[in-house]
Design a protein around this ligand. Structure first.
Ligand code: HEM
Length: 507
């Protein structure tokens, strides 16, 4: 039968049939899971899961299966997002994709499930976010500028006297700012009790959350088996680590309470809120205590970004020179740059942005969990799915950032009628209602550290046996990723720089 032999009515009926068929097929695809690597019966894709640098494997899956793909982990769906468009759809439909997966070892047994990062989405979570916004949001950040600058100046002194201890110095810097803002605690030079206490607990948490390290994460009922059974040693570990978590939550809080009682507490998150303690309920006091302990979550990320800055400067002397020229021209060398200089230092701002893009601090973000069935990118996201956003891949997409592995602050400055490349801050801090709660503090801390260091230090490749050592930009695995250890030399730029570092803080 040819088309010509069909009546008009037949054609209309056929067209209608095609439309219905198309609708049916489209509807069917909308209710199916995103594509992904085929798995095995029962265990699904467990054996396909990468154990290190998961962002690289996830990016390969993205190339093969598209911007949204899925795997099956022992019956649980994991959705992997490789495209910024899909992530912004998740962002817009944020409410139902803003839970966190339950972590049996790190969360429930070791005790981090009461800190904001793991807190289930709901009323208590919203109360926590409000506390964060009221203390660390963009507006209150103005009050914290003196603390950020003062602690950064202390860092310059430490770096001058111990140039080989860059990582320890950066840890003290990030920890010092957060402890001051949270509890009014001033960190001591050398070993600091509070920094050691909190970093110890956070180290346990990092170990507890290494994927696959604790079978109880996959089989939660294991925790109810008798402890004399083989393989149950994790319960003893969990108890020891839970004690460290409790100390991290209680000890600095008690310190501030003692200071309040003796009338010596400087302003801080805890001191400001406990001023009228008698008006607060027991639940509110408990919430304040856990919000405070959650604030230190930002220290590791900031340290990684700052370490990334030193790596970038070691590898790109041209960028260092251009940045120093901007500071010398705008600020001169009679004083240190301050956060008030931000609008006058476009190249330094672009450099900070490029640090956030080039050295992905949280390459696969922090996993979210979906609270209801939903549709994203035309695919079904079943309730309870784990959602992982491959931020590293989005920040290194050559379509968005040509030559993505090159450190180039100029890409963030509009010029010759060409707009700047997409602002990486729309990606590197996560998305939806779980977007980083410390973004303003992160950016202010980074600007202060980067601008002040550029003003007074030269950062160069280390020389060993007369040969320059060129570091390789490699990153450690895990939720928070650091540049692998590298060598560089950090020397004051001049006698005047030494004098600026050594003077009393007077910004
Ligand atoms: C360079 C610095 C930083 C980067 C790149 C960064 C990045 C991120 C990312 C990607 C997330 C996960 C967001 C999501 O789940 O979608 C996150 C969450 C979080 N960040 Fe940051 N962060 C930084 C610094 C900080 C600082 C300084 C603080 C606080 C003092 C902080 C506090 C938090 C908290 C509390 C969460 C959990 C939010 C929640 O679960 O609702 N971060 N951050």
């Amino acid at each position: 039968m040819s088309l010509r032999s069909l009546s008009k009515l037949d054609l209309v009926a056929a067209a209608f049939g095609l439309i219905v068929l198309h609708r049916y097929l489209t509807r069917k695809s909308k209710s199916s899971l995103p594509p992904g690597p085929p798995g095995l019966p029962i265990i699904g894709n467990v054996a396909d899961m990468p154990t290190k640098k998961e962002w690289v494997t996830f990016a390969e899956w993205g190339k093969k299966w598209g911007g949204i793909c899925s795997v099956n982990l022992l019956g649980r769906t994991m959705i992997i997002i490789n495209s910024s468009e899909v992530m912004s759809e998740l962002d817009k439909k944020g409410a139902i994709y803003s839970d966190r997966p339950r972590l049996e070892m790190g969360g429930e047994l070791v005790g981090y499930s009461d800190t904001i990062v793991l807190l289930p989405y709901g009323q208590r979570f919203r109360a926590f976010r409000k506390y964060f916004a009221n203390h660390l949001g963009p507006v209150p950040m103005e009050n914290h500028i003196p603390t950020i600058q003062h602690e950064t100046h202390r860092f310059l002194k430490r770096q001058l006297s111990k140039p080989g201890d860059l990582m320890q110095n950066l840890r003290k810097l990030a920890g010092g700012i957060i402890l001051q803002l949270t509890y009014g605690i001033t960190v001591e030079e050398g070993e600091d009790f509070f920094v050691n206490l909190i970093e110890g607990a956070n180290r346990n948490f990092n170990e507890a959350t290494v994927p696959g390290a604790f079978p109880v994460d996959f089989f939660p009922s294991l925790r109810h088996l008798p402890e004399w059974l083989p393989g149950m040693g994790f319960m003893e570990t969990a108890r020891t680590w839970a004690k460290a978590t409790a100390a991290m939550v209680e000890v600095p809080f008690a310190f501030t309470k003692r200071q309040i009682a003796s009338g010596t507490a400087p302003p801080s998150f805890v001191a400001n809120l406990l001023e009228d303690e008698h008006t607060l309920s027991a639940d509110e006091i408990r919430n304040i205590k856990f919000v405070a302990s959650s604030m230190y979550a930002g220290a590791d990320t900031t340290v990684s970004a700052e370490y990334g800055f030193f790596l970038a400067m070691t590898l790109h002397p041209g960028v260092l020179e251009k940045a120093q020229q901007e500071i010398d021209t705008v600020i001169g060398n009679d004083r240190l740059p301050t956060l008030a200089d931000r609008p006058q230092l476009p190249y330094i701002n672009a450099l900070v942005t490029e640090v956030l893009r080039w050295n992905s601090v949280a390459p696969t973000g922090v996993p979210h969990a979906s609270m209801e069935d939903g549709i994203i990118g035309g695919y079904l996201i079943p309730k309870g799915s784990i959602i992982v956003a491959n931020l590293w891949n989005m920040l290194h997409d050559p379509e968005t950032y040509p030559d993505p592995f090159v450190f180039n602050p100029d890409r963030h400055i509009a010029s010759n009628g060409k707009p700047a490349q997409q602002d990486p801050r729309t990606m590197c801090f996560g998305y939806g209602r779980r977007i980083c709660a410390g973004m303003s503090l992160a950016e202010a801390s980074l600007f202060a550290a980067i601008s002040m260091c550029l003003a007074v230090f030269d950062i160069k490749k280390a020389v060993e046996n007369g040969i320059e050592v060129t570091p390789v930009h490699e990153n450690t695995s895990g939720i928070i990723s650091y540049p692998e250890n590298f060598k560089c030399t950090i020397n004051p730029r001049s006698e005047k720089a030494v004098a600026l570092i050594s003077q009393e803080y007077q910004l």
